[in-house]
Design a protein around this ligand. Structure first.
Ligand code: ADP
Ligand code: MG
Length: 388
């Protein structure tokens, strides 16, 4: 994929540079990010690659090789959260992601008023829960940070990218996806504390252990997902308020039984139990990885799935089928990952079993009459970087 060459063909001159930012998959810690808790994503080898040139006249031009839409031409000083969303989420809607980043940089007082020409192409599957959106945002933020010599540290770029998605695109996501794309490193999972955005790189060398982490993209996205995220978020806030804490992060795992006893609403009790126990599972996984016992994280992943299915109730038939089939056919552990109601699951397997477990999942999907899922190994890869 020669993104620089495509840029030159499109705009009639060569770009100043080329940057890339990966999609991510979350190992453990789901819906914990907006509760200021812990998450543990890793970067995928799939990336959004952007060729970018700085301009001086305040114009922002945006083009994607993957979308059948003409170049979007905007003015940096006219960007507002309504610029693109007002045009609807149609073919031009995608441009809200990079434009939102330029807006968020400008709005935070960073000097990007000269504008830019951007052409990008991505290998991150879209809508599969692997954060193709964060890849677009982070690659844009990093390119502008370099070209305009803003000197912003990566966590700050991630926050800018999140603000673009929240306030400009209008998607109420947490900060995990952008932090993963901006800060992950090869061969590691990223332990992220979503309260202060402190990070720790946790060695996660699957190949050295003879293991594989498979991503199973179910290729389904159920309608239910859109309102359900906001509903879970509101439920978590209600739980925190009832318990007298600012965020559920502040409920220690040891205090979970007494916290649950104070909650009268059955649904809120389930949500709180998921969040507090998933924060605990992140800590369990880190403790295991720190002593090199990678296989032992398998059952923790599977417990995490049960919690997402039964307590948070964001799984679906397809995701449950991946997990039950994989575990019944020799996987070490499995769980849905990401926002739920479709998207992807992860499956930890002994390398020699990868093929047979994959085959079992494909067969189970065929028998159930579901669309064949896409399966590939999640190799812990590099975070965003300049590539040319
Ligand atoms: P996810 O982040 O899980 O892949 P989202 O719904 O958050 O799913 O983001 C997907 C959206 O991001 C797409 O609908 C599109 O607007 C935008 N997008 C992702 N990749 C590209 C791309 N290569 N070109 C243009 N737009 C893209
Ligand atoms: Mg997204």
């Amino acid at each position: 994929m020669d993104v620089a060459g495509q840029f030159t063909e499109l705009y009639g001159y060569a770009p100043d540079g080329v940057w890339s930012a990966p999609g991510r998959v979350n190992l453990i810690g789901e819906y914990t990010d907006f509760n200021e808790g812990f998450v543990m994503p890793l970067a995928l080898p799939h990336t959004a690659v952007a060729a970018v040139a700085r301009r001086t006249d305040g114009v922002l031009r945006l083009h994607s090789a993957d979308i059948d839409a003409p170049v979007a031409e905007l003015r940096v000083d006219e960007l507002t959260p309504l610029t693109l969303t007002a045009r609807g989420a149609g073919q031009g809607g995608w441009a809200a992601y990079p434009a939102g980043v330029v807006w968020a940089l400008r709005d935070a007082g960073h000097a990007v008023s000269g504008g830019a020409d951007i052409h990008l192409a991505s290998t991150v599957p879209t809508g599969a829960g692997l954060s193709s959106s964060a890849a677009l945002e982070v690659v844009t933020a990093l390119a502008l940070n370099d070209l305009y010599e803003l000197g912003l540290p990566r966590p700050e770029l991630a926050v800018i990218a999140q603000r673009a998605e929240n306030a400009f695109v209008g998607v109420p996501c947490g900060v995990m996806d952008q932090m993963a794309s901006a800060c992950a490193t090869t061969g590691h999972a990223l332990h992220l504390d979503c309260r202060d955005l402190s990070i720790r790189q946790i060695p996660f060398d699957l190949a050295a252990q003879g293991l594989q982490l498979l991503v199973v993209d179910t290729r389904v996205k159920h309608e239910l997902g859109d309102g359900a995220y906001a509903e879970r978020r509101a439920g978590c806030e209600e739980g925190a308020a009832t318990l007298g804490v600012s965020h559920l992060r502040d409920v220690a795992y040891a205090e979970l039984p007494s916290a649950l006893a104070r909650l009268t609403d059955e649904k809120i009790r389930r949500y709180v139990r998921h969040i507090v126990s998933d924060d605990h599972r992140v800590e369990q996984v880190i403790a295991l990885l720190d002593v090199g016992d990678v296989r032992a994280i398998g059952p923790v992943l599977t417990e995490g799935h049960a919690s997402l299915r039964d307590d948070l109730r964001i799984s679906c038939e397809e995701l449950d089928l991946v997990v039950s089939t994989a575990n019944a056919s020799g996987a070490i552990g499995a769980r849905m990952t990401g926002g739920g109601f479709g998207g992807s699951a992860i499956v930890l397997v002994e390398e020699p079993d990868a093929e047979s477990v994959t085959k079992s999942v494909l067969e189970a999907f065929a028998t159930a009459g579901f669309t064949a899922p896409r399966v590939f190994p999640a190799v812990p890869s590099a975070g965003a970087r300049r590539v040319a």
